[in-house]
Design a protein around this ligand. Structure first.
Ligand SMILES: NC(=O)c1ccc[n+]([C@@H]2O[C@H](COP(=O)([O-])OP(=O)(O)OC[C@H]3O[C@@H](n4cnc5c(N)ncnc54)[C@H](OP(=O)(O)O)[C@@H]3O)[C@@H](O)[C@H]2O)c1
Length: 255
């Protein structure tokens, strides 16, 4: 099951799992890329179901349950996640920020609980959640997005501890800047000197390879950068990274 499995990193998870012989359930909003990815995966000989739904909508979980009720979900990948409200905190409505929380926290928790319980029962399974380096420090226009990604990591670490003895693997795959269609559409400046830009196929492969080595894997060679972000001098770290983020995002500030 891949929530956010139609484009970029999510599509790469789908292609790689299909080639390894896994049947798939793919969820995303836009039906066309979703069907294209599903069709490409079917060519590897596996069964693929799709569900076009907005994961922030109130019936998202009900519809997910309906489409998966008769199958054993052995691996849940929660990849869908985005900063859908990139205003400064005082300049947008709470309802807009709530959507960021619903997508990155609310629906993720609902899915982990729904699919995690039978995994614990079976004493087998995997839960991979896609996080962000934005979750390691505060940054402008990321008040809520950075917060939900920090939450995701602490949640993954805690869940990993709780499920370890049941042989259910839990991994938070932390991404840095990754060249996905969503980021291309936003118009990120991928050419900032010295910046690492990851390829979706590479980080998806790393995630699948590291699934059993939770609770957290920092993809794309960014582990040193993450270590620097944990410096206790928070003003120094936040201001230094702010300069870099301005170059990356310009005035857009969406990731
Ligand atoms: N790309 C980066 O630079 C970067 C950096 C750090 C962290 N991340 C994290 O990596 C993950 C993937 O990010 P991405 O957007 O760049 O990659 P992506 O894997 O290219 O696309 C996201 C997938 O989720 C789906 N999706 C997005 N919002 C959804 C919603 N509300 N309901 C249902 N499906 C939804 C998208 O399809 P639809 O649009 O059709 O719904 C797409 O299939 C996210 O968790 C993100 O926070 C990315």
């Amino acid at each position: 099951m891949i929530a956010g499995g139609s484009e970029g990193v999510g599509a790469e998870f789908a292609h790689q799992l299909a080639r390894a012989g896994f049947n798939l359930v793919l969820i995303a909003r836009k039906p066309d890329p979703l069907e294209q990815t599903a069709e490409a995966c079917r060519r590897s000989g596996v069964e693929v179901r799709t569900l076009a739904v907005d994961l922030t909508s109130p019936d998202a979980m009900e519809r997910t349950v309906a489409v998966t009720g008769d199958v054993e979900v052995g691996l849940l990948i929660y990849n869908a996640g985005a900063n859908t409200c990139s205003e400064q905190f005082l300049d947008a409505g709470l309802a807009d920020f709530q959507k960021v929380i619903d997508l990155n926290v609310g629906t993720m928790l609902a899915m982990v609980q729904h699919f995690g319980r039978p995994m614990r029962e079976r004493r087998r399974g995997g839960i991979l959640m896609v996080g962000s380096m934005a979750g390691y420090l505060g940054s402008e226009r990321h008040t809520v997005y950075g917060g939900v990604k920090a939450f995701g990591r602490i949640f993954a670490e805690s869940l990993w501890l709780e499920l370890r003895e049941y042989d259910v693997h839990v991994l938070e795959l932390v991404l840095g800047v990754t060249r996905t269609p969503a980021m291309e559409r936003v118009g990120l400046n991928f050419d900032v000197p010295g910046m690492r830009v990851a390829d979706p196929a590479d980080v998806a492969r790393e995630g699948l390879e590291q699934l059993a080595n939770g609770p957290v894997h920092v993809a794309g060679g960014n582990a040193d950068d993450v270590a620097r972000r944990n410096d206790p001098d928070r003003a120094k770290v936040v201001l230094r990274t702010h300069e870099f983020m301005q170059k990356l995002l310009g005035e857009r500030g969406t990731r």
